[in-house]
Write a protein that binds this ligand. Structure first.
Ligand code: ADP
Length: 323
């Protein structure tokens, strides 16, 4: 099951386990640690006292007490010095150990804060990348719904370079609604994206058959052509198994646009193929929509990492792909 980035206070998350960015004493502190202890009540501190602390990069589990979550997984992130003191390996270990503990306790839903990214000083864009890399790798082999909880927008930062690249791409391609009305037509240097399906091929009959293909049929055909399993495809699409089964069993299923795009990304379709797949679901990519332009930015660069795409969509206040 998928990974989602949400903006929330982690103490409000109704999940099986919330992860706490604790310190080695496990006896409470500031930031998210303080918020979790405050919301869970003193019993949490009492249980923590029995644990004998926790080493950096490791994790321990307790009850959730007054929290909506059943468990709290306490993990100790590294204090960031200069990136040359094993900080990354330790931070990766925090996510891995926490996920392993959650799995051992049959948790189906887990929420993480951005560990080490507060007073421990880990650069936020890199902290986010570590979180996404480790969690998405775990999700390829495990069924779990994982949330990365971003407390405030200021705490959220994709790399400056990526942000400014995308912002520039949007600027170059965005067709403002008012431009359309003022000029009576869409600016010539920013046309609607339109791609022809038919490359030169002798196999015209096969192509013609594909015209009548439904979204679901095209999806299943592409999965076969790419030599993927169903599970590989829906996991990479950040789509849960139930939704995939629904699409699989209903030949006329009409997915939402983010779902259709999530599959296009998972299948690593070209822009032309992405357009074709979207059309089957009754959608198109346009340049009057930031969401579409961001998707186009990634596809045209051959970057099909759905989690990175979602990071960028989140940073630009757009809805996310998949779940
Ligand atoms: P660390 O010591 O590991 O850096 P902090 O608690 O200082 O831990 O910060 C970790 C991250 O948690 C920061 O990005 C901070 O903005 C965020 N944070 C703080 N309070 C909350 C909360 N209630 N819910 C979710 N995230 C929070």
């Amino acid at each position: 099951m998928p990974l989602e980035i949400v903006r929330n206070d982690i103490t409000k998350m109704k999940v099986d386990a919330v992860v706490n960015a604790a310190n080695e004493s496990l006896l409470g502190g500031g930031g998210v640690d303080g918020a979790i202890h405050y919301a869970a009540g003193v019993e949490l501190l009492e249980e923590c006292r029995t644990l004998g602390g926790c080493k950096t990069g490791k994790a321990k589990i307790t009850g959730g007490y007054k929290l909506p979550a059943k468990y709290v997984i306490h993990t100790v992130g590294p204090i960031y010095e200069d990136g040359k003191h094993g900080e990354k390996a330790l931070l990766e270990s925090c996510y891995r150990e926490s996920l392993a503990l959650a799995k051992a306790h049959d948790c189906e839903t887990v929420a993480f804060p951005l560990i080490s990214s507060g007073v421990y000083g880990y650069p936020k864009d890199q902290a986010l990348k570590v979180a996404i890399d480790v969690i998405s790798e775990f999700l390829l082999k495990n069924e779990m719904m994982v949330y990365i909880v971003i407390f405030d927008k200021a705490a959220y930062k994709i790399s400056e370079k990526l942000f400014s690249d995308i912002a520039e791409y949007i600027d170059d391609n965005y067709v403002h609604e008012h431009t359309k009305y003022l000029c009576g037509s869409i600016r010539m240097n920013a046309p609607m994206i339109s791609y022809t399906n038919f490359e030169k091929t002798d196999d015209l009959a096969a192509k013609l058959r594909q015209i009548d293909e439904s979204f679901s049929q095209m999806l299943l055909r592409k999965i076969d052509e790419k030599g993927m399993t169903d599970a590989e495809c829906y996991k990479k699409a950040n789509i849960d198994r139930k939704l995939f089964s629904k699409i699989r069993s209903d030949i006329n299923y009409k997915p939402s646009k983010p779902t259709a795009l999530a599959f296009a990304i998972s299948l690593e379709l070209s822009l032309a193929e992405t357009e074709e797949m979207l059309r089957k679901a009754g959608f198109a990519l346009s340049h009057s929509n930031k969401f579409d332009i961001i998707i186009e930015y990634f596809i045209s660069r051959g970057n099909y990492n759905i989690f990175e795409i979602n990071e960028a969509l989140f940073a630009f206040d757009q809805s996310l792909l998949g779940a």
